[in-house]
Design a protein around this ligand. Structure first.
Ligand code: GLY
Length: 559
């Protein structure tokens, strides 16, 4: 009897195990992947309530402004790429622009030299913010739920607080001295933080309420605008209320191109993202990158050479299309793109000096944030938004609870001459009043055989484009899962400096040695991460999987 019972128990246990291991993964309807768990949770709650991906975008965006002040914002700018369930798509450019009082010599001294830090720290670094105007525009055109319901979760988080993560505490503490230097010893972020601290921001809750009640006027007029303009000007800036009122987001055609059976829908100018992605993918298309293997020496060489060539073009030709004539018909021409690889040689790195003389260059910092959303109807959203540097200009407006951006540094401070980073700027991206500074943000949506396939993007300054490029190939060519694809080790080349940056301790030293032997300068930067990709994949069977990059606090929430 005892033996029979034991036998039955064993059978039950075995069958349970077989059942658990064989069952298909729970099918999900969609989800939100963003830089912070709170923000992803907010977005998914909106989807669960019946909101669409655009409603979730609005709610997630405002939540990030509260719980991710390093890059989430209402005082920066961004790009929004969407694809409706019916396959139609579009983009919104809510990039910051130069204040009306800006001019091309804004960051030069009387001798014509670039003044250290002027375009990165303090009020003069601040561009006219576009995030609120952009988010409200998206809501008006594509949203379904009332704005006050979408903004309420962010207000709640600002009033009741959120738990600071380990990584956040480290980041707040790293910049503490600079916050004090710019804003004084009483500034909100002047104290030390530790993981688990509950951070409340009642002034920001008040601003969000004002926006919920009065729309864009709640941001660009009245007490919010007065406090913002006065804070920026006190810190040496030139932002005016007229700048805020005159700011308008712009709907633009997406930058689309084909790679094998994929249709890539990405951001065009004033982002360089879509253009460079287009060039790089077309440069590698004729090669059997799948056969070379993931992160093999050959695949790295091929991708590096494509990156190098595309970033050289970026530096020379790209800028705000409303101000400069960009020769897109040439840059995206298939014959031109393939001719760029004519001097590619497997046995020798192409020195960047052979690609193009160093007449121009750019610098961007690493702090930005990306989120991807998919709803149960099949509407897809890809958003990258930024203050530029970590906590932007470090100018903190206490009455509003916000950091101001330092996006002006994405312009070339002095065309043709090395800037404060030892890099060289270019004319297409020179400062002009109301012009939008060139960006690398690459929010992207991809179709495969006409069906939604991939939603992705990344922060990472100039490394954004290469991070998106590599992640697409990881999924499509190397057949990695979405989580493996966003986590996979990355490398980066941007033409100048003529060196490959590898994420530290992730690549076989022998591989780096072999590359050095044929003329590639490689460096593994300490604590340098390359991109933080948040992505959603819909596979050939319609199964949805989410990938949140392990490099940050990034979190995927499904529903
Ligand atoms: N500030 C980063 C970018 O726009 O590329």
């Amino acid at each position: 009897m005892k033996n029979t019972r034991t036998f039955l128990k064993l059978c039950f246990f075995t069958f349970s195990l077989i059942f658990i291991s064989c069952r298909t993964p729970t099918k999900i309807n969609g989800g939100v992947v963003s830089a912070m768990p709170y923000a992803s949770e907010v977005g998914v709650k909106i989807l669960e309530k019946g909101g669409n991906a655009f409603d979730a975008m609005v709610a997630t965006n405002f939540a990030l402004a509260v719980v991710y002040p390093v890059a989430g914002n209402i005082t920066g700018g961004g790009f929004f790429v969407y694809r409706n369930a019916d396959g139609s798509s579009g983009t919104l450019d809510y990039r910051e622009q130069a204040p009306e009082k800006a001019h091309k010599d804004l960051y030069l001294d009387e001798a014509g030299n670039v003044i250290q830090d002027k375009s990165t720290v303090g009020g003069l670094a601040v561009g006219v913010p576009g995030t609120v105007a952009g988010t409200l525009e998206i809501h008006q055109k594509l949203g379904t739920m009332p704005m006050h319901e979408l903004i309420q979760p962010a207000i709640y988080l600002a009033e009741n607080g959120y738990a600071v993560t380990e990584k956040q505490a480290r980041s707040f503490n790293t910049y503490r001295e600079q916050f004090i230097e710019v804003n004084g010893a009483d500034t909100f972020y002047a104290h030390e933080f530790k993981a688990g601290d509950i951070l409340k921001n009642p002034p920001l809750a008040k601003v969000l309420r004002e926006i919920a009640t009065n729309g864009i006027e709640g941001f660009n007029s009245g007490w919010v605008a007065e406090a913002m303009v006065s804070g920026v000007q006190k810190s040496g800036g030139i932002l005016t209320q007229k700048d805020l009122v005159n700011y308008k987001p712009k709907w633009r055609d997406p930058l689309t191109f084909y790679y094998k059976d994929l249709k890539v829908i990405s951001m065009g100018l004033p982002s360089s993202g879509g253009i460079c992605l287009n060039q790089m993918m077309k440069m590698i298309e004729p090669y059997d990158i799948q056969g070379m293997g993931h992160n093999s020496q050959k695949s790295i060489q091929l991708m590096i050479e494509a990156e190098r060539r595309s970033y050289a073009d970026r530096s020379e030709f790209l800028g705000d299309p409303d101000f400069v004539k960009v020769p897109l018909n040439i840059l995206l021409d298939s014959v031109y793109i393939s001719s760029k690889m004519n001097n590619f040689d497997w046995n020798r790195a192409t020195p960047s000096s052979e690609i193009k003389p160093g007449e121009s260059y750019f610098f961007e910092s690493d702090e930005t944030t990306h989120f991807s959303i998919l709803d149960d109807q099949g509407n897809a959203v890809s958003v990258t938004t930024t203050l530029n540097g970590a906590f932007g200009s470090k100018v903190f407006i206490d009455e509003l609870g916000v950091f101001m951006n330092n996006e002006m540094d994405d312009f070339s401070s002095k065309p043709g001459v090395p800037n404060m980073f030892g890099l060289i700027g270019n004319l297409a991206n020179a400062i002009e009043p109301k012009k939008r500074m060139l960006s690398s943000m690459t929010p992207t949506i991809i179709e495969k055989k006409g069906e939604l396939f991939l939603i992705l993007g990344s922060p990472g300054g100039s490394t954004i484009i290469t991070s998106v490029f590599q992640t697409i190939l990881n999924v499509y060519e190397h057949k990695l899962s979405i989580q493996q694809s966003v986590d996979a080790s990355r490398f980066h080349h941007q033409w100048l400096p003529d060196s490959i940056t590898f994420e530290p301790n992730k690549f076989d030293p022998k591989l780096l040695h072999n590359l050095n032997d044929i003329g590639y300068n490689s460096e593994e930067k300490k604590s340098k991460i390359i991109g933080k990709v948040d992505a959603i994949l819909v596979d050939d069977d319609g199964i949805i999987t989410l990938g949140a990059d392990y490099r940050g606090d990034d979190t995927a929430k499904a529903y």
